[in-house]
Design a binder for this molecule. Structure first.
Ligand code: LIP
Length: 273
């Protein structure tokens, strides 16, 4: 299994690096976009180009593999996760950043076999940072090993979280309640605007924890493996095992910090993917 995953990984990295060129062509911003669920949730032509390129390129190598892509789902495809090898794609994670030319956008790609990630890639071509992990083989940034931080207490932790792309009143209320908790109890808070890159910061030890409600499997599948392979934990924000389809995620460099956070967060339960 290890050898075949290594082959899948090598093919995927080459494809993702090529796809990154679509993003760097618009590094100063992309003003051509369509609104999706609300005025702060949208898709650009680059999202679609990247996703189509990745699906086409991988399908040529592995015709029996399946795909779950953010924009394919937005176009009506169902999130049908089976035990078959399934590539989960966020073609441009941090679309708001991408539209504005704020350089924290990335391609997030994971391969799941029997519903578990076996490889994950998060690539920010604007900063040439490729975060990756293969199951049981550690996590890397541009090929060099990375490790999560040792911070165990919220009062010493830099915590990343997002306002999200929903104007839903209940969701916004939860965002503000958790923002207030973090302002009062965390060492610091940051919002990069990309779920995957927030998780990459945790994997690299530059942030100590990250949580978010309302994200999708394509935002977090790669990041969950990369954080775990870097020595961290990914759990449900209320504690307990993570469900990649639940649209809820909490990750941290240390289990003690994740457990403290899970007890202090105001919870939100969106519909599953
Ligand atoms: C985004 C995530 C971000 C979240 C937004 C949105 P997109 O993904 O990366 O963390 O807050 O709601 O889901 O839409 O840029 O691919």
């Amino acid at each position: 299994m290890r050898n075949v995953v290594n082959d899948y990984f090598d093919v995927a990295v080459g494809i993702v690096r090529k796809a990154g060129r679509f993003i760097t062509q618009y590094g100063s911003g992309c003003e051509e976009f369509e609104v999706k669920s609300c005025d702060i949730d949208f898709v650009t032509k680059v999202d679609k180009m990247v996703e189509n390129f990745i699906i086409h390129s991988i399908s040529k190598q592995y015709p029996s593999h399946k795909f779950i892509g953010e924009e394919s789902v937005a176009g009506g495809a169902k999130v049908d996760l089976t035990d078959d090898p399934t590539w989960v794609i966020d073609p441009v994670d941090g679309t708001m950043n991408f539209v504005h030319g704020f350089p924290f956008s990335c391609i997030s790609l994971a391969l799941l076999i029997s519903k578990e990630p076996v490889l994950g890639i998060i690539y920010n071509p604007l900063m040439d940072k490729l975060y990756s992990a293969k199951e049981g083989q550690g996590a890397c940034l541009n090929g060099e090993p990375i490790h999560t931080s040792k911070v165990k207490e919220l009062r010493h932790a830099l915590v990343a979280f997002e306002t999200g792309t929903s104007r839903d009143e209940e969701k916004v209320k939860v965002v503000f309640e958790n923002f207030k908790t973090m302002v009062g109890q965390a060492h610091g808070i940051r919002a990069l605007g990309s779920a995957a890159l927030n998780m990459a910061m945790v994997a690299e030890g530059r942030a100590d924890a990250n949580f978010e409600f309302g994200i999708h499997i394509w935002d977090i599948a790669a990041g969950c493996l990369i954080v775990k392979e870097a020595g961290g934990v990914c759990i449900d924000p209320s504690g307990g095992p993570i469900n990649l389809l639940s649209r809820r995620m909490l990750c941290a460099g240390r289990a003690e910090l994740a457990n403290e956070l899970s007890k202090k967060l105001t919870q939100y339960y969106p519909d599953h993917d």
